[in-house]
Every structure is written in structure tokens, then in C-alpha cells.
Ligand binder design. Structure first.
Ligand SMILES: [Zn+2]
Length: 175
């Protein structure tokens, strides 16, 4: 689902998130690297000239494999988003709409902001670098959670958040 600033009325625009919305379901699944089992929430879009701000809530239940034992686990998350996007090629020039240092700024291509991509990038950053059965809000699908005892410790595969954002940008260009 692509949105351009001119498609967002002055009072803002609401976008419901549910399992019925394929783009949302697939965006979450791609971000977590698994399968979306449940999805509920709402995005609220505001446009400030070319800048698009996305706030809202996303509650998800996702199934994917454990990074330690490779068995399936289910991971639940209740998230609040607050993300801002500028057109690719524009500069963060410190204009009034960018008052808060805490805003996450991303970029969107000329054809508009892909909300599925927004969810994908958000969840790619939310999911732990190493998601295991015994993680908070993770539950193994079958049997007991695996144990870190007796396993060979591997360095966790952490993706630098800045690189993850760049990877998302490249994908956006292709889409
Ligand atoms: Zn495990």
C-alpha cells in the first residue's frame, strides 16, 4: 500500500491493520522473518508538506524458528510506532517539522511511501538480533524452550540499525 502526501488530508488519515490486509501481514512477516499469525492495529498518517509521519499501534503474533534450536516459536509484540519519512533526495535541514531529535527519519521514493515496507523495517529493528525460545514474549510451539547451557556460544548476528535502514531503502527502490 503506497501513500503520497497529497493522499493524506489535513486532518490525517487512518489505516486499519488486520490479517485481511495482505500488504500489512506480509510486511510484518518479512520484518520478523517468519509467518504472521495474528495482526491488529491502526496507523495514523499525517503529512507536513513532503514529510509523512506514521504513528499508531501494531499488535502481532508471529511464528518463526528459534535462532538457537531451529524449532518453531511464537513471538508476540505490542508496539507503538512513531516514524517519519522524507522524500529520497531531500535533506534533513532541521525544519520545524523535525523538531524532535527522537524522531526516526526514513526516506520514501517518488512513487510514495510503501506502508508494508514501513512495517517490515519497523519489525526488522524490533526483533532481537538473536530470538530464542526462552526470550521474553517468545513461546516454543512444541515442548520446552531450549537451553543456553551446553550449546556452543556463537556471536549474535546483529545488524547495525543504520545498515538495516539502508537495506530497506534499496528494496524500496526495486519495488
Ligand atoms: Zn530454541
Amino acid at each position: 500500500m503506497r501513500i503520497s502526501p497529497h493522499q493524506i488530508p489535513h486532518e490525517g488519515r487512518e489505516v486499519d491493520l488486520s490479517m485481511e490486509e495482505k500488504w500489512a501481514r506480509e510486511g510484518v512477516a518479512a520484518g520478523v522473518g517468519g509467518k504472521t499469525l495474528a495482526l491488529d492495529g491502526q496507523l495514523f498518517l499525517r503529512a507536513y508538506e513532503a514529510q509523512i509521519r506514521v504513528t499508531g499501534t501494531v499488535d502481532t503474533l508471529v511464528e518463526r524458528v528459534c535462532d538457537r534450536c531451529a524449532n518453531d516459536l511464537r513471538w508476540t509484540q505490542e508496539n507503538e510506532l512513531d516514524l517519519s519519512y522524507l522524500p529520497i533526495g531531500s535533506r534533513d535541514d532541521g525544519s520545524r517539522a523535525l523538531a524532535s531529535d527522537e524522531l526516526d527519519i526514513g526516506f520514501y521514493p517518488a512513487e510514495g511511501l510503501d506502508l508494508g515496507r514501513v512495517l517490515q523495517e519497523f519489525f526488522a529493528l524490533e526483533v532481537p538480533g538473536r530470538l530464542t525460545c526462552d526470550a521474553p514474549s517468545a513461546v516454543p510451539v512444541n515442548g520446552e524452550p531450549c537451553s543456553p547451557l551446553g550449546t556452543v556460544a556463537e556471536p549474535p548476528k546483529r545488524v547495525d540499525a543504520r545498515f538495516a535502514a539502508l537495506a530497506g531503502l534499496k528494496l524500496s527502490d526495486e519495488g
